[in-house]
Design a protein around this ligand. Structure first.
Ligand code: GAP
Length: 524
């Protein structure tokens, strides 16, 4: 029987642990909610994702430079950015189960239930009517489906208004009217909805000195904004230009679930692109397309991506979209692209009393630049790569294997060198090959168990190539190279190995795909 997406997801989580990709944090003490550690393979995959992102920003664009700002920042930063007053989620408790939920997530799940019902009916009808099926007509004329659509739309409209108006009473009323129950207790015994600030705080300095309350940054972006003048001046940067950064961020998420999708400590890769006022929507479009190309170049499946434009814009944004990826639990946000106007720089100018402007020599005037932000979570990217790569494959002859079809550029180990047997000089020859390759690639050596078992071990961690050294190797200087996805094997010369691995794993091949003919464009 085919397994559900939920079962597949559970297997992926278990696989991540079994093969050294992700472990629960401080597991010997039973773990810590929504905090995870990356293991020996996970950290390599994560580093490869970061390298792919960083180079696509700083190598492909001569006008983008990177920084690495501290996690701790002056507390006024967060007042200016609006996080102290408005970085909140609406929470609600169930009095019986004592469980805490995000009110907006409960309602979004309810909307998703209507969507599921509609999709199920449509699928049933499609099977019944075959080629003559007209989905739109069916939705309009089938009474039951039409009823679901009307209810869904009404709920969606009411919800969007409540969120826009920050109306917490209305959110609670929606939960009551929709008869939403707590998944644990099954009851509707809800408290009122309250705002909950997501920032973690701590104290800096000893209390005798008068300790200062500071925050763990909830996004890396503010480290870029407060350094705008430093970078612009020392780098003699001309608008338009960008500043990129990769680093940890922290949010006290109320509903932490779906593994590394929503964590309390996570990593972001953010780039703020500073442009002339009035040109921001042109650049917003440019960055939307560039970022989508970056994702698609990895070959995880073009159909797994979609844009989701924000209906509710933050008060400082004039355009925003998410790049969503099809996870086993539906299309979910992996990256946000936001046109943030000049809000952040203006706020920091106001709160610091410093003039934060750019003198544009071509226009012969100063202004506060507008900003396009691209913001992607490393952990969500990691999850989308894992989910789309995992496969339980049925092989001929009734055998099965678990294989990770990781993009070779991202694979933790690029090749595993294996002597066919542990004697006759084969291990020495295998080590000799490994010692040549290891300067350029992360390679592994394995001489234990049968060759079939060794192949399976490498399939499970997504190693693109297995290289077997046999007795003939000692005479003809050739090895057998086995390809992970097709499981086909070729006999190749030892001196050709480097180029074969390089060609398959070199990010340059992807960068060419991304910029293609429009190199000029993206270098602007
Ligand atoms: N500076 C803009 C910003 O932080 P965001 O939409 O809140 O925007 C950007 O976050 C990205 O960070 C998201 O698209 C997601 O990939 C990642 N992210 C946000 N919260 C996260 C969490 N709790 N766990 C893992 N990743 C998260």
């Amino acid at each position: 029987m085919a397994q559900t997406q939920e079962e597949t997801f559970k297997k992926i989580v278990a696989h991540c642990k079994e093969y050294g990709f992700v472990f629960p944090s401080s597991e010997i003490y039973d773990g810590l909610g929504a905090v995870y550690d990356y293991g020996q393979n996970g950290v390599e995959l994560k580093n490869n994702i970061k390298r792919y992102w960083w180079d696509s920003m700083t190598l492909l664009h001569e006008n983008i430079v990177g920084i690495d700002a501290a996690i701790f920042m002056h507390p006024t930063t967060w007042k200016a950015s609006g996080h102290v007053d408005a970085f909140n989620d609406p929470l609600i408790d169930n009095r019986d189960s004592k469980k805490r939920y995000r009110a907006d997530v409960l309602i979004e799940d309810q909307i998703a239930k209507y969507d599921e019902k509609i999709a199920k009916e449509v699928e049933k009808a499609r099977k019944r009517f075959g080629d003559s099926f007209d989905e739109e007509l069916f939705k309009q004329t089938n009474e039951r489906v039409h009823g679901h659509i009307v209810k869904r739309e009404a709920l969606h409209e009411r919800f969007a208004k409540a969120m826009n108006d920050n109306n917490l009473d209305e959110l609670k009323q929606i939960i009551l009217d929709e008869e939403i129950v707590c998944p644990i207790s099954g009851t509707r015994n809800w408290t009122d909805v309250r705002q909950f600030n997501l920032m973690f705080s701590t104290e800096m300095g000893s209390t005798a000195d008068g300790a200062m309350k500071i925050y763990l940054r909830p996004e890396t972006a503010q480290g870029i904004f407060v350094n705008f003048l430093n970078v612009q001046k020392t780098g003699r940067m001309k608008v338009p230009f960008g500043i990129a950064q990769i680093g940890k961020a922290f949010r006290n998420e109320i509903v932490a679930r779906q593994f590394v999708f929503r964590m309390r400590e996570f990593e972001q890769m953010e780039m703020q692109f500073f442009v002339r006022p009035g040109e921001e929507l042109k650049w917003f479009e440019h960055w939307k397309q560039f970022r989508l190309k970056w994702h698609k170049a990895l070959g995880l499946g073009d159909e797994k991506y979609r844009f989701h434009d924000h209906e509710k814009l933050a008060h400082y944004a004039n355009a925003a979209t998410d790049i969503e990826f099809l996870m086993p639990f539906g299309f979910k946000e992996v990256e946000g692209i936001h046109s943030r106007t000049n809000f952040d720089l203006s706020q920091h100018a106001k709160y610091s009393g410093k003039k934060i402007e750019y003198f544009d020599p071509e226009l012969n005037r100063s202004y506060t630049p507008y900003v396009i932000e691209t913001s992607i979570g490393v952990d969500r990217m990691f999850l989308s790569v894992m989910c789309s790569s995992y496969e339980e494959q049925q092989l001929e002859g009734g055998d099965t294997r678990v294989v990770l079809h990781l993009p070779p550029v991202l694979a933790p180990v690029k090749a595993c060198i294996m002597p066919l047997v542990k004697k006759d000089g084969l291990p020495e020859k295998a080590r000799e090959i490994m010692n040549e390759l290891k300067f350029d690639f992360k390679v592994a050596y394995d001489e234990k168990d049968s060759i079939g078992k060794r192949y399976r071990r490498q399939d499970a961690v997504g190693t693109p190539f297995c290289i077997t050294v046999d007795h003939d190797t000692l005479n003809d200087g050739c090895v057998t190279i086995r390809h992970r996805d097709s499981m086909t094997q070729d006999r190749v010369r030892i001196e050709d190995l480097h180029e074969i691995i390089r060609k398959a794993t070199d990010p340059k091949e992807l960068y060419r795909k991304i910029v293609g003919d429009s190199m000029e464009d993206s270098m602007e």
